[in-house]
Design a protein around this ligand. Structure first.
Ligand code: GDP
Ligand code: MN
Length: 381
């Protein structure tokens, strides 16, 4: 689960990581109220789950009420890379001497946590990695050992942070690691981590992804939920326990396995189409799962064709086929289906689809992923 900046900062605060005082606002009047209690000057910040808000005009300094009204009015409703701003975060403005970057995430290949620290913050870390890779200090952390203060301090020195920033930065690194580890984050990132003229070090932004697998031990995460950015399709999918991500294209995608679903998106793109979604039905291709998947895709007004891409492994082809036939009986589909069914018992599965007597213009089978993608894209255009 991805948190908004202000939720990330609330999470940071639980671990004693310094952030600026502020409050959320959904209207201009609320923004004025929050500005008054934070104290001028303030920063008015768009709450959308996408980076580069600053450049897009979603972050503005305001010295007084008139400016807060102006900026809040402009930013609310603004579209930032396809994300509409519904909420603001208004916080006391900080004076900045320097901007750093720090993050913790999991390095699966090393089976360790990875800390990245850079004295060049405030810009996208990908850009720093490209243009000045030496400016990023990478440190693998064994989850059993954790991150000691001594190692955190050495990382700050290696990253060439100035002497006066070392204590404050070390302290935040240790706290942020605790937040990441005990707080069950997949990602905890501060960009920028700032050094103030006073010498204090402070989190100016927050990017936090919570690990859904740890949800059972965090009842407090419920507070974050209702507010996370889900469109109606994603809400529908979540209710059906489907691994679904909404996209902007016209070909609805159903695949079994995340890897296959990803390649399906690629192949659809490759033949000139665009996917309406990512949807991994996992191993369960029974009628309930398939009907749920088709319902969500059917709800999407942009969908002009549906590409079901199944490679039977443990999931057998005839189970999938039966699931599709039954699901098609339950859901009144607006778009035609193209299916590629391969793997275990694919023959039997295809026969079931033929025997079901579903007309060609509603469901057709193609022998390969590429041909099925072409057919689905042709139907969608
Ligand atoms: P992002 O663009 O979405 O990553 O949003 P950030 O919260 O990281 O803000 C982007 C940039 O705005 C920062 O790197 C700062 O340069 C600037 N900024 C944000 N808050 C403040 C503030 O309180 N004071 C000042 N002077 N600049 C700020
Ligand atoms: Mn940022």
């Amino acid at each position: 689960m991805d948190l908004f900046e202000y939720q990330g900062k609330q999470y940071f605060a639980r671990y004693d990581i310094p952030v600026s005082p502020g409050g959320p606002a959904d209207t201009v009047d609320e923004a004025v109220k929050e500005a008054a209690s934070a104290g001028y000057p303030v920063v008015v910040k768009a709450q959308v789950q996408v980076g580069g808000r600053g450049k897009a005009g979603g972050i503005k300094l305001a010295d007084n009420e008139t400016e807060v009204r102006e900026h809040a009015g402009n930013i609310l409703g603004m579209d930032i890379k396809g994300h509409v701003v519904r909420r603001l975060w208004v916080e006391a403005a900080s004076d900045i001497d320097e901007e750093y970057y720090v993050s913790f995430t999991l390095d699966r290949s090393e089976k360790k946590h990875l800390m990245m620290l850079s004295r060049e913050g405030g810009v996208e870390i990908e850009v720093v990695a490209e243009e000045n890779p030496d400016a990023i200090v990478k440190l693998h952390i064994d989850p059993v050992d954790g991150l000691s203060e001594a190692i955190a301090r050495q990382a700050c020195i290696n990253a060439k942070l100035p002497d006066r920033a070392i204590n404050g930065a070390t302290d935040i690194l240790v706290k942020l690691y605790r937040c990441y580890d005990e707080g069950d984050c997949d990602l905890a990132e501060i960009n920028p981590l700032i050094l103030k003229p006073t010498g204090e070090v402070h989190a100016l932004d927050a990017k936090v992804t919570l690990d859904g697998n740890a949800e059972f031990r965090h009842p407090e995460w419920d507070a974050f939920r209702g507010l996370t950015e889900m469109d109606d399709r994603e809400k529908m999918a979540a209710e059906r326990d489907l691994q679904y991500i909404g996209l902007d294209g016209t070909v609805g995608i159903i695949a079994n396995g995340a890897g296959l679903a990803m390649s399906t998106l690629d192949v659809v793109n490759q033949v000139g189409g665009s996917a309406a979604n990512f949807l991994d039905i996992g191993g369960g291709a029974n009628a309930d799962v398939m009907a749920g998947a088709l319902e969500v895709i059917n709800f999407d007004e942009n969908v002009k064709s549906i590409f079901i891409n199944i490679f039977g492994g443990i999931t057998r082809g005839e189970e999938v086929a039966k699931g599709i036939v039954e699901a098609m009986g339950r859901v009144d589909l607006k778009a035609p289906i193209v299916i590629r069914l391969d793997g275990t018992n694919a023959e039997e599965g295809r026969q079931i689809l033929v025997d079901a007597g579903i007309p060609e213009d509603k469901l057709r089978s193609e022998p390969t992923m590429l041909e099925a993608a072409r057919a689905a894209v042709a139907l969608a255009s």
